[in-house]
Design a protein around this ligand. Structure first.
Ligand SMILES: NC(=O)c1ccc[n+]([C@@H]2O[C@H](COP(=O)([O-])OP(=O)(O)OC[C@H]3O[C@@H](n4cnc5c(N)ncnc54)[C@H](OP(=O)(O)O)[C@@H]3O)[C@@H](O)[C@H]2O)c1
Length: 297
């Protein structure tokens, strides 16, 4: 089973590359240098050359705030790029797994979001990702759109790394406490992608849109408390030191892009296929431990 991975240089991509794939699988990782997905010809050439049994698209423009001032770049990758990949997969009949985001929702729902809830993104990034989802659905019937959320891991830029860096520099961290979501480890997404690939190989995968994010939910403030608490326990700072975390509101932390106040994802649909996300706290210690032990990734 040959699996072509676009976006292999990103935080999820690098976890996918070091994950435990079955020995019978051949992973073909492609970073931006190997294939810029905004270029349709490059996408079709690489798929024609590698002849994969499955394509996974992790390539995305993910700078949520910067996207507000660079909408063309966000749309070029998140919508047009996704469309280029899906078009080739549709023509070839190659299954496509495409990553998407909780930010397709507006956050006004009080409960967690189901797959069939109406998307209504409130920022450029979310709009471009939602359009990418539509492009995938229009181009091929054999797709899995996997929406995930609040991703963190040992690679790339993410909230855990930011908190650990700021915690070493500041006595007090003021963190938004009124947005809720599901902090999801990139390694857990990688494991889910392996499980999906196996179901596709066996012919047992249902096509469509699925949510995969860690179970339970918290705020950025709750997430920061957990990160700093773990780092303290692991001896990141001299005994008793480390920052105090103060809750603030979204209004007190203005950003270029608006964010959904609630983007908790209901993941029962994928759990029914035997792919159950772990609780959000359970994967964090390993990542904090890895980050404290290794700097400069
Ligand atoms: N990060 C999150 O919190 C989060 C939350 C929900 C969903 N997601 C989704 O999860 C997926 C993976 O995200 P991630 O966190 O791994 O993001 P990431 O770390 O930003 O990785 C994305 C990768 O895509 C590459 N890329 C960007 N534009 C490209 C292009 N035109 N052609 C080829 N490659 C390109 C980037 O390369 P460069 O480094 O060279 O730009 C980067 O290596 C994305 O679909 C994202 O929307 C992420």
């Amino acid at each position: 089973m040959r699996v072509l991975v676009f976006g292999a240089g990103g935080q999820v991509g690098r976890e996918v590359c070091r994950a435990a794939w079955p020995a019978s699988y051949e992973l073909v990782p492609l970073d931006r240098n190997a294939a810029d997905i905004t270029k349709a010809a490059a996408v079709s050439a690489v798929i024609a050359r590698k002849r994969p049994d499955l394509v996974i698209n992790l390539a995305a423009y993910t700078a949520v705030d910067r996207a507000e001032s660079e909408p063309e770049a966000a749309w070029g990758t998140n919508c047009a790029g996704a469309a280029h990949i899906a078009a080739v997969c549709g023509e070839d009949g190659t299954p496509l797994v495409h990553l998407s985001t909780d930010y397709v929702f507006d956050g006004r729902k009080r409960e967690s979001y189901h797959e069939e809830d109406a998307a209504n993104p409130i920022n450029v990034y979310g709009c471009s990702k939602e359009a990418g989802e539509r492009a995938v659905r229009a181009a091929t019937p054999r797709y899995v759109i996997l929406r995930t959320a609040w991703v963190y891991g040992a690679f790339g830029a993410n909230f855990v790394k930011t908190m650990l860096r700021l915690a070493a520099e500041r006595p007090v961290l003021r963190v938004v406490a009124d947005q809720r979501g599901c902090p999801t480890a990139a390694a857990d997404i990688a494991a889910a992608l392996i499980a999906i690939a196996r179901q596709i190989e066996r012919g047992g995968m249902e096509w469509g849109t699925f949510h995969f994010a860690a179970a339970g939910s918290t705020s950025w403030y709750g997430f920061a408390e957990e990160i700093v608490g773990l780092a303290r326990t692991l001896g990141a700072w001299p005994s008793g030191s480390g920052p105090r975390i103060e809750p603030i509101t979204t209004d007190q932390y203005p950003t270029a892009a608006r964010r959904p106040m609630n983007s908790v994802l209901d993941c029962r649909k994928i759990a029914a296929l035997g792919i159950s996300p772990p609780p959000w706290r359970s994967s964090l210690p390993a990542v904090v431990r890895e980050l404290i032990g290794a700097e400069g990734r």
